[in-house]
Design a protein. Structure first.
Length: 261
């Protein structure tokens, strides 16, 4: 069975729409849904209050970050699998069942992701990611155009979507997106869950690396889709977003450097 975990911060309207796609008819293996509210300052409590009793809601007194909030929820589950679902993600029918059945049949796979698509149906590059190098990450952070990166011989941050556009077989990836990830609870606990030092961003990259270091595999199922609206609580154009993204990126590479000592 599957526990579904969603972390909310000022996005209750998206949480409600996301939950609409998580009915038992569409996803019969769901055992429970847990919402962790990270001290939202909007009307999230009022919007979500009617769900109490139908889903488990915990109201944090302060924003403890994405990774720690997920850890808080997963500490409580007793299902074999947990699926992390961002508020701005809409799952398609039977997607969780398909993902869980795949992991059932592949005992060496810790977690699976799906093809994340935009509202226009375009597959997002975030679906298929390499383990990031420092050069590729800085180029992404600075918005260096793809043509310039290729001309300079810089390593890629994402896998080649053109080469994967007709792919139907599972894809072995280095990194899974935390926006929609179904994983074995045992594997998550084996590596100690998300590193709480990451407040926001890069925590899924760090978790993916640590799972693979333990010998687990990570796969993406390209025939399973989830719509990602990318309407997070932080605008990707804001200074706050880039400061937090840069801080987490620095923390990630500091950890990797310490591991190599």
């Amino acid at each position: 069975m599957i526990s579904v975990v969603t972390v909310n911060f000022n996005t209750a309207h998206h949480v409600l729409r996301s939950l609409e796609t998580l009915s038992m008819d569409s996803h019969p293996r769901i055992a429970q849904a847990i919402i962790i509210d990270n001290a939202s300052s909007d009307d999230s409590r009022e919007q979500l209050a009617h769900l109490q009793g139908k889903v488990q809601i915990e109201w944090n007194q302060q924003n403890i970050g994405f990774g720690r909030a997920n850890n808080q929820a997963i500490e409580q589950v007793d299902t074999a699998y947990v699926c992390l679902v961002n508020p701005d993600v809409r799952l398609t029918d039977k997607s969780l069942t398909t993902m869980a059945e795949y992991v059932d049949a592949h005992p060496d796979v810790a977690a699976v992701g799906c093809a994340m698509v935009s509202r226009d149906g375009e597959v997002a590059a975030e679906s298929f990611r390499y383990q990031p190098t420092k050069t590729a990450s800085i180029a992404k952070y600075l918005h260096v155009p793809k043509g310039v990166r290729r001309a300079l011989g810089m390593p890629d941050y994402y896998m080649d979507l053109d080469a994967l556009k007709d792919q139907t077989e599972p894809v072995d990836v280095d990194i899974l997106s935390g926006a929609c990830m179904l994983m074995r609870v045992e594997a998550f606990r084996e590596v100690g869950g998300f590193d709480p030092e990451f407040f926001l961003y890069w925590e899924d990259t760090d978790l993916s690396v640590r799972l693979r270091q333990k010998g687990w595999k990570l796969h993406v199922l390209p025939t399973v889709e989830a719509i990602h609206f990318k309407t997070s609580s932080q605008s990707r154009q804001s200074v706050q977003f880039w400061l937090q993204f840069g801080r987490s990126m620095g923390l990630y590479f500091k950890k990797r450097a310490q591991e190599s000592l």
